[in-house]
Structures are given as structure tokens and as C-alpha cells.
Design a protein around this ligand. Structure first.
Ligand SMILES: CC(C)(COP(=O)(O)OP(=O)(O)OC[C@H]1O[C@@H](n2cnc3c(N)ncnc32)[C@H](O)[C@@H]1OP(=O)(O)O)[C@@H](O)C(=O)NCCC(=O)NCCS
Length: 174
């Protein structure tokens, strides 16, 4: 099986919805991505496809964040959600999605990518809790990690790291 990672187009909305509904026990993640799109906060969604069948096998979304360093805004995105259909897991689809997301955001000039997830999985891409430390976020803690996409950060104290408003509903549903 060969997997291709593509930028999701509007026509992929149903595939993304199907993947998220199948991968999470609650509808909150599928709703999150729809709301991010409605609010104009979705920066990029990537979709993984089986090249032979064209079946959608996984997805990742990147959304706008409001982040401040030294009192100045810093371009930053949140990686969430990430999902791969059960039949396609443990073959590197998620890894390919995260790697492609990092490449895209690095080229776009983003400074930071934040994620809330398993350190054992995300540290392999360079995410660290230390890079997220000191930012003011309700998600702060050992699972809150960041990746410095341009190899460093401006000087100055770390301030807000606010996710897009659609994430508030995700916490309410938890
Ligand atoms: C978490 C999730 C996205 C991982 O997807 P995946 O495609 O299976 O991930 P990958 O294959 O890239 O890597 C996962 C593991 O498989 C391993 N793996 C990758 N290729 C492999 C292969 N060819 N053979 C065996 N194992 C392999 C990786 O090393 C990794 O191992 P580890 O994390 O246990 O050390 C998927 O399980 C999922 O959708 N879960 C439900 C939703 C969720 O929890 N999302 C994350 C929070 S937003």
C-alpha cells in the first residue's frame, strides 16, 4: 500500500468527517474541524490517501493560534486533531501526516507548532514540553509540547498561547 499525503480540498470535508467520527469516541473532534473551518481558523488540513484505492485513510488539521513572545505576536499553529482509520494504523500514516504538516508550516514561515499529545509519539518529530513551557495556556503540562519550526525563538518572556475559540467546546465536551 502506498500512501499519498495531500492538502485537503473542500470536496474532502465528508472524508475528514468520516475519519474523525470513526477515530474518536465522541463527535467533538469532527465538530471541532467544522467549526475551525467556519471560523476561518483552519490554516491547513492534510489528508492521507491509499494511492491504489484513493480511500481516505487519515487526516491532520492545523489551526491558527494567538501566541506572544516578548509582548509581540509570534506566528504559531496548533496541530489537532490527528487521526488514522483503524485498518491503516501502525504503518506510518500518522508519521507521514505529521512530517508533511511540519514541512508545510515551516515553509509558510510559522515559528511554533503546538500539540497536546503523547510525548512518546511527538518527541520523535522534535516537539518538546520545554519549547511549550512558560506559555500561558489552559493545556500547559507534560502533554503540551511545541516544535520550534525555524530553529529558535525571539528573545523575551513567553506570553499567551491561545488556541482558536473552537477548542473551548472540545474541553466542555471532555
Ligand atoms: C494515534 C494515531 C493517529 C496513530 O496513527 P498511526 O498511523 O497508527 O501512527 P504511525 O503508524 O505513524 O505510528 C504509530 C506507531 O506505529 C509504529 N509504526 C509505524 N510504522 C510501523 C510499521 N510498519 N510496523 C509496525 N509499527 C509501526 C510507530 O513506531 C508508532 O509506534 P509507537 O508510537 O507505539 O512507538 C491513531 O492510532 C489514531 O487515529 N488514534 C485515534 C485518534 C487519536 O487518538 N489521535 C491522536 C490525538 S489527536
Amino acid at each position: 500500500m502506498t500512501i499519498a499525503i495531500e492538502r485537503a480540498a473542500p470536496k474532502d470535508a465528508y472524508d475528514i468527517d468520516d475519519i474523525l467520527t470513526a477515530c474518536f469516541p465522541r463527535p467533538a473532534e469532527a465538530r471541532l474541524v467544522k467549526q475551525l473551518a467556519i471560523d476561518g481558523d483552519l490554516v491547513l488540513a492534510l489528508i492521507a490517501r491509499d494511492e491504489d484505492t484513493q480511500a481516505a485513510t487519515g487526516m491532520v488539521a492545523l489551526s491558527k493560534m494567538h501566541v506572544a513572545i516578548g509582548g509581540d505576536p509570534a506566528p504559531a499553529v496548533a496541530l489537532a486533531p490527528l487521526a488514522v482509520l483503524p485498518d491503516y494504523r501502525r504503518t506510518g500514516v500518522a508519521e507521514a501526516l505529521v512530517t508533511a504538516a511540519i514541512d508545510e508550516m515551516r515553509q509558510a514561515g510559522a515559528l511554533l507548532m503546538f500539540v497536546l499529545g503523547e510525548p512518546g509519539f511527538y518527541t520523535r518529530f522534535g516537539f518538546t514540553p520545554e519549547s511549550a513551557e512558560g506559555f500561558d495556556s489552559p493545556y500547559a503540562g507534560p502533554y503540551f509540547m511545541a516544535l520550534e519550526l525555524q530553529g529558535g525563538l525571539p528573545c523575551g518572556p513567553r506570553g499567551l498561547a491561545d488556541h482558536a475559540p473552537a477548542f473551548a467546546a472540545l474541553s466542555e465536551d471532555a
